[in-house]
Design a protein around this ligand. Structure first.
Ligand code: GCB
Length: 615
């Protein structure tokens, strides 16, 4: 039939195209809640810099050949036949690494490696009739080709958003299965991020892997939040997926709030709602109240814990639940400096947010790409507002339509993943992107997209600025017109030259009558290295830098928050100084061994004072 032809064409497209994420339409909302089988743990791996497991000696991809066979994803073993077989790889006798986990921190050979590594895991799962199964990866950096039992499931690009593939008809009846992943973290100019960044290009399967089980028709997506700027009404939708999605009854129940509503899905399997919810206790950093929310469709129940709050701007104020707030923030990378490597799960993430709380924060910037879904849940629980971001960073290929589609897909997936989290207050569409027409078109389009996907949060980016010889800092980047905040990174006392004591000479000329939230400021110090306030790399220099930054901040009209750069030292290849840096960006307030530097206490004291004023 025409439909089957179309489906076949589409599936070819997902395998052969260079577009990101074609294999997935809608991400399963709260996928961890549907988990039946974790695939975390030991995976065998093969390092394959020449991609011999993917291409034949004429550089033709095995998975595009007529048989589709020949690649490492066959996971071949010698048979017992008479003829000696030539097989030049063997997953089962290859080394293992722990997943989730980047490869750089698990094998010394791979510290600087950029290229292909193959991963293989065996698992037992006997499919139950009438159920559907989805293979789910929290993140794979960067390009992933995924195979189940020797057959290709799809390809995904983007190192920080989930990869989700339906495997219902592909599990073996016997229950013995194997999954193979080709992960390739090679950087390319037209990808997102592009080739040049200031963070380590950690490769591999860096977040949880599991199989989610659902009924044949199931609740694939939902949004349960307060209506835009309206503390008295809930608004949102429930979306079903499957053959029977039309005309179904779905119940939304928030028992603690005495709310129960029966919804009917339309022909597309969607039910939108608006519901009076007068007496809800609203979520805030001071009181991070979460309600148990239950969605029921027949025998299926999905549970979530959701907070409710409004966030809006009014002139230069940011109103949380109608009340002006000051954002006491800090920037954070998705890295555990003690490993050092990508944060591997809840323990690592809780450590980072506990440090932020200790600093006195009510806000964190999760730079410069989507962080783990668990991080957003922890922020909900611990009472931290969140700036969430996509890796549209520096010199993106602005003219390339595929690059735009990729950025938009990553933004959509981020918003999908975070839209039920009360903590998330800002979607950031990028960082320090250079002025130009093509860039403005690209970025304003992203801003419009973000608003269309979610009108209940603020849209921002770290804008460009420029200085004039009179020490005036001008923030007039035209992208600012499209955003809700006047946010920018300022490096007085570090990149701008001069001593920390000279920072106070700068004044700011900000074109926009919007809340000013400084997305970065800071300077480097090697923990334990001491000198005076003019000795670069010393803790005293960084301390003086913070003291004078804070003096200067008080002169900025409309300042409503800041996220200094950065909570902890992190790995970065740009940072080559053999004594002071050693491959680490040292702008952390905490060192890569967990030691607090002097500047930590300066910022902590400032935040104590701000909390006393605003909370
Ligand atoms: C920036 C970037 C950030 C860098 C930082 C630095 O402006 O946004 O990614 O790590 O400066 O330390 O130079």
């Amino acid at each position: 039939s025409l439909n089957m032809l179309l489906a076949a064409l589409l599936s070819c497209f997902s395998i052969f195209s260079n577009q990101p994420a074609q294999a997935q339409t809608s991400l399963i909302q709260n996928a961890p809640a549907r988990r039946v089988l974790s695939l975390n743990g030991s995976w065998n791996y093969i390092i394959d810099p020449y991609e011999n497991g993917f291409y034949d000696y004429r550089r033709e991809a095995f998975d595009k050949s007529a048989s589709g066979k020949g690649g490492y994803y066959d996971n071949q073993k010698p048979s017992n036949s008479q003829e000696p077989e030539l097989i030049e790889y063997d997953f089962d006798h290859s080394a293992v690494m722990q997943i989730p986990g980047d490869w750089n921190s698990q094998d010394a050979k791979l510290l600087y490696y950029e290229g292909t590594v193959w991963f293989k895991k065996d698992f037992k799962l006997k499919p139950t009739a009438g159920k559907r199964y989805f293979l789910y990866f929290g993140a794979i950096n960067y390009e992933a080709h995924i195979y189940l039992n020797g057959k290709k499931l799809g390809m995904h690009k983007g190192g920080f958003t989930p990869v989700q593939l339906e495997i219902t008809d592909k599990l073996s009846a016997s229950g013995d299965n194997f999954v193979v992943v080709k992960a390739d973290n090679t950087r390319h100019a037209e990808e997102v991020p592009t080739i040049n960044t200031d963070w380590w290009n950690y490769g591999g399967i860096t977040r949880d892997v599991y199989i989610a089980e659902t009924p044949a028709t199931f609740i694939v997506d939902y949004k349960v939040q307060l209506a835009k700027n309206d503390p008295a009404n809930l608004a949102g939708y429930v979306q079903l997926d499957g053959a029977e999605k039309a005309g179904q009854t779905v119940t939304l129940n928030i028992a603690e709030a005495g709310l129960k509503q029966t919804l009917k899905t339309d022909a597309d399997g969607r039910a939108t709602f608006r519901l009076r919810a007068k007496k809800l206790k609203l979520w805030s950093p001071l009181s991070p109240k979460l309600y148990a929310v239950t969605l029921t469709n027949g025998a299926e129940t999905v549970q979530d814990k959701i907070g409710f709050r409004t966030i809006q701007t009014q002139g230069q104020d940011i109103l949380l639940n109608g009340k002006s707030i000051f954002l006491r923030g800090i920037s954070i990378h998705d890295e555990n400096p003690l490993i050092p490597g990508r944060a591997r799960g809840e323990g690592d993430l809780r450590m980072l947010l506990t440090w932020a709380k200790e600093l006195g924060c009510n806000y964190v910037r999760l730079a410069h790409y989507p962080h783990n879904e668990i991080m957003l849940k922890l922020a909900d629980e611990m009472g931290l507002l969140v700036w969430a971001e996509v890796p549209v960073y520096w010199t993106i290929a602005w003219e390339n339509p595929t690059t735009y589609q990729n950025a938009e897909q990553q933004l959509s997936d981020l918003i999908s993943m975070g839209k039920n989290r009360a903590s998330v207050m800002v979607w950031s569409i990028g960082n320090e992107t250079p002025l130009g027409d093509a860039r403005l078109k690209f970025m304003s389009r992203l801003a419009t997209k973000a608003r269309a996907l979610d009108d209940t949060r603020l849209i921002a980016a770290a804008l460009e600025l420029h200085r004039t010889p009179d020490n005036v800092v001008h923030v007039d980047d035209p992208l600012g017109e499209y955003l809700d905040l006047a946010s920018f990174n300022e490096y007085a006392g570090w990149y701008w030259g001069g001593k920390p004591s000279e920072i106070t000479k700068y004044t700011f000329d900000i074109k926009y009558n919007k809340p000013v939230v400084i997305s970065e400021l800071g300077g480097s110090a090697l923990a334990g290295y001491h000198g005076d306030a003019e000795t670069r790399w010393s803790e005293e220099y960084q301390e003086a830098l913070y003291i004078n930054q804070i003096k200067m901040l008080s002169t900025i009209k409309g300042l409503r928050g800041l996220t200094p750069w950065i909570l902890v030292d992190f790995r970065a290849t740009r940072r080559q100084h053999p004594v002071y840096q050693n491959g680490f960006n040292r702008k952390g307030l905490i060192s890569n061994t967990g030691q607090k530097k002097k500047a930590f206490y300066v910022l902590q004291e400032y935040y104590r004072q701000q909390a006393a004023k605003y909370d």
